[in-house]
Write a protein that binds this ligand. Structure first.
Ligand SMILES: CC(C)(COP(=O)(O)OP(=O)(O)OC[C@H]1O[C@@H](n2cnc3c(N)ncnc32)[C@H](O)[C@@H]1OP(=O)(O)O)[C@@H](O)C(=O)NCCC(=O)NCCS
Length: 469
């Protein structure tokens, strides 16, 4: 186990060094970022369609440097986080802004362990036609089943707290008569703020919100695995409290405890997808949160946005494409046809990165390592490499089109035995850390989103009655 861990760490650090060699000013920060530091609202910027270039808010969660090809979470380089950290630690970092100490990490991990267990939600999922739903739609339904009070029922089911049992025994009789002069029954959920009107509830630093973030981070892994199994007519598998988040995800999906290499590969993939600036799904989460809706609805919106082929849906398209190409020998003819038809090639190009995506630089060698023991995966990888050569030769310098995160993530999931229809779901399972962290941050200075559209329609049209049209 130790050897595998070291080998993967080594491979990530090599990728980091390679990246540094490519960068001219290895520690430089994007000049635009420096200019932005001191400025305050109202910010002047050039905005394109789709809000391109618009600055929606300030954030300390993470930063994507598109020209340099770097990605940081809370100031830490993604290569270092992949090399030394875990998804649990990274989720804590994103949510709280600091790396956890031993005690913090133990308590965070134990929350995730508890929340991963969702018997009620899974029971509800089993009553839904998951097998005939789009897996991302099933994930949305699942997060809604986790929603609010259901959350606490799941918790109670998982581990009925003894003191609650006593409380309900003593206090359940006077449900209508508030005990001890209280205006409300304090024993109900032991969470007084739940019953306060929404406007009075603390929006942040509120245990409910942070607990809900952890509930979503842990629970979406359980949901993803259950969706995969239910779609194949199998029963969901309960999480194993002894396993890490990454290992549990694979275990609940496949029914087999992963090898150390598989666990680490999954963990690295989760870390790499956890946050990525103001992307479409993160923005969707923030828009919903800004209306003072709640974190479950916000994440629900993020899942919807992530589903699109221009965003999280691309990883599935990549493996489909690689299968369609079939073998490295077929790459040139396939590529020519694709270019002639004006088709965008999945796994390449990025709105922000105008160089290699650093996530792809970690995932490519990781896929190589997994391919050593998986011939099917090896063929896909060779095909992807052939395609990469052709795309970069024609469009690299010319159009700044390089491999993005999706080129290799699907190959890795394939090697880990993840069914193809769950690739985008896995993206959401990871990105939920960034979504929740950014929602919590945004709510500190919440302002409802309300951009304008440019009306280019007509005015003063005369209404024509139906019979005259
Ligand atoms: C990610 C993506 C939506 C970014 O798009 P964008 O920043 O809006 O870039 P544009 O669509 O404006 O493309 C700019 C130019 O590069 C070309 N281009 C961009 N991505 C391309 C791709 N994957 N394959 C071929 N050409 C591509 C466009 O055709 C366009 O060419 P033109 O100037 O001759 O018209 C786009 O690169 C894409 O669709 N990639 C494939 C899907 C994918 O992998 N998505 C996952 C992203 S993590």
């Amino acid at each position: 186990m130790e050897r595998t861990y070291k080998a993967i760490t080594e491979l990530i650090l090599q990728a980091k060094n390679k990246r540094r060699e490519k960068q001219s000013g290895a520690d430089s920060i994007d000049p635009i970022f420096d200019q932005m530091r001191g400025i305050d609202w109202p910010i002047k910027c050039t905005v394109g369609p789709g809000l391109e270039g618009a600055i929606a808010c300030k954030s300390r969660v993470g930063f994507v440097n598109g020209s340099e090809g770097s990605l940081i979470y809370r100031g830490y380089d993604i290569f270092d986080l992949c090399a030394y950290s875990s998804f649990e630690e990274v989720s804590y970092l994103l949510l709280y802004g600091e790396l956890p100490n031993d005690r913090d990490l133990a308590s965070f991990t134990s929350r995730l362990r508890e929340y991963r267990f969702m018997p009620n939600t899974l029971r509800m999922m089993m009553s839904a036609p998951v097998e005939s739903l789009n897996p991302m739609a099933a994930l949305r339904i699942g997060t809604n089943f986790m929603h609010q009070r259901k959350t606490w029922r799941d918790r109670e089911c998982a581990k009925p707290p003894l003191e609650d049992a006593i409380a309900s025994d003593e206090d359940s009789i006077p449900m209508e008569t508030p005990p001890r002069g209280e205006k409300r029954a304090i024993y109900e959920f032991r969470r007084p703020h739940l019953d306060r009107p929404r406007a009075e509830r603390p929006a942040l630093d509120d245990a409910e919100s942070m607990e809900s973030c952890m509930h979503l981070i842990a629970g979406m892994a359980t949901l993803a695995a259950a969706i995969g199994r239910l779609r194949r007519g199998r029963l969901p598998i309960e999480p194993d409290p002894e396993l890490s988040h990454a290992a549990n995800l694979l275990y609940m999906m496949t029914g087999r405890r992963p090898t150390p290499m598989e666990e680490r590969a999954m963990d690295v993939a989760l870390i790499l997808h956890a946050d990525h600036g103001m992307n479409a799904s993160t923005f969707a989460c923030l828009v919903v949160a800004s209306t003072m809706s709640d974190i479950y609805f916000s994440v629900d919106a993020g899942i919807g946005a992530l589903n699109g082929p221009l965003h999280g849906g691309a990883n599935e398209l990549v493996t489909k494409m690689l299968r369609e190409i079939g073998s490295p020998d077929n790459v040139p003819s396939w590529y020519r046809k694709a270019r002639e038809s004006g088709k965008k090639i999945p796994g390449f190009g990025h709105r922000v990165y105008k160089t290699y995506d650093p996530r792809a630089e970690v995932l490519a060698p990781l896929a190589g390592m997994l391919a050593e023991t998986n011939p099917n995966c090896a063929k896909m990888l060779l095909t992807a490499r052939g395609l990469e050569e052709m795309v970069v030769a024609e469009m690299g310098e010319n159009k700044k089109i390089f491999p993005n995160v999706d080129l290799h993530s699907g190959i890795i999931y394939h090697a880990l035995g993840v069914p193809e229809d769950l690739y985008t779901v896995l993206f959401a399972v990871s990105r939920v850390s960034g979504w929740t962290a950014r929602v919590m941050e945004y709510l500190e200075n919440n302002r409802i989103f309300r951009p304008r559209s440019l009306y280019v329609g007509e005015f003063n049209r005369e209404y024509v009655p139906l019979e005259n049209r």
